[in-house]
Ligand binder design. Structure first.
Ligand SMILES: [Zn+2]
Length: 301
């Protein structure tokens, strides 16, 4: 359940990645609370804000740039964790029809963020267990320019046990640890639909805040409220439940709270955003009823 601590992570002094990566990452961050102070390494491996003085622990190598009560946030109950991983592996692994459906928006995002260059500074909000990691280029990894953010530390730690190439941070979508206008690309891949309607505006406003002028927001979200999606979810979820024991419909992890129409309206209503393209997957018909997913790119003007 949210707010419950699933474990007590060890306090460690180092931030992620190979030589020099920790300093490089630190230089890109700002305090998520006062939003202006840069961060420095403080006492006992903690990070400290040069502005407001707030301190943040680094736990199991991952900076916890969140409020204390958010530290133990977890979307998946500990006893469901193995089934959750099996479900993720089924949904994203291999080259089945199901995995193609789940991977298409990752491919879309990987193409679109290069509107901002070969290795733009990209913040992936809702990085999870690294579903997007296979779509991050060697150039981006080498530059340390792709940063994963998630509120759920357990997912980030899972990613980090197998890989270390992409720096990850525990942070909230409503309080991103970056200064105003400092980021080239913000990715919101299958993220927006998870927030309650009254908080959705806050998440979008925060993404807009950190984007530089000319920067790009990539928003991919299911065609929630549409008939084709409803039908295919019934089939996909039944398949995943049968193969892995994980019930997407019954778990907090898949609580889709906002219909696609409302997400679109909100994005269209932001005067700082100009729509670059909208791809209705898979048929290209501009109707929510005939789509599974909407992949959209917006420019910050
Ligand atoms: Zn601060």
């Amino acid at each position: 359940m949210p707010g419950e601590c699933f474990h007590r992570p060890a306090v460690t002094a180092v931030t992620p990645g190979p030589g020099g990566a920790a300093e490089r990452l630190l230089a890109r961050l700002a305090c998520p609370f006062c939003r202006r102070g840069t961060l420095r390494e403080g006492m006992a491996g903690r990070l400290a804000c040069r502005g407001c003085g707030r301190e943040f622990p680094v736990l199991n190598g991952i900076p916890a740039l969140v409020a204390d009560e958010e530290l133990g946030y977890g979307e998946v109950a500990p006893e469901r964790w193995d089934a959750f991983l099996a479900m993720k592996s089924r949904a994203y692994g291999g080259c089945s029809v199901i995995s193609r459906l789940y991977n298409h928006y990752h491919r879309y995002a990987a193409r679109r963020r290069h509107l901002c260059g070969q290795a733009p500074l990209t913040v992936d909000v809702g990085f999870g267990i690294g579903e997007h990691a296979p779509f991050v280029s060697d150039e981006e990894k080498g530059a340390g320019s792709f940063i994963g953010i998630d509120l759920d530390r357990r997912k980030l730690e899972h990613y980090r046990t197998g890989h270390g190439e992409i720096p990850v941070l525990q942070a909230s979508a409503c309080r991103l640890p970056f200064a105003d206008g400092s980021v080239d690309v913000v990715q919101l891949l299958a993220v927006l639909e998870h927030f309650p309607p009254e908080r959705l505006g806050e998440v979008v406003a925060e993404a807009v805040r950190v984007l530089r002028t000319g920067g790009v927001m990539i928003a991919c979200y299911p065609a929630e409220g549409g008939r084709l999606l409803r039908l295919s979810q019934r089939i996909m979820h039944a398949y995943l439940r049968r193969r892995t024991g994980f019930d997407l419909d019954g778990e907090l992890v898949h609580h889709h709270q906002v219909p696609a129409v409302a997400v679109r309206q909100l994005l269209a209503g932001r005067r700082e955003l100009r729509n670059v393209d909208s791809l209705f997957y898979p048929l290209g018909l501009k109707r929510i009823d005939f789509a599974l997913f909407l992949n959209e790119t917006y420019r910050r003007v």
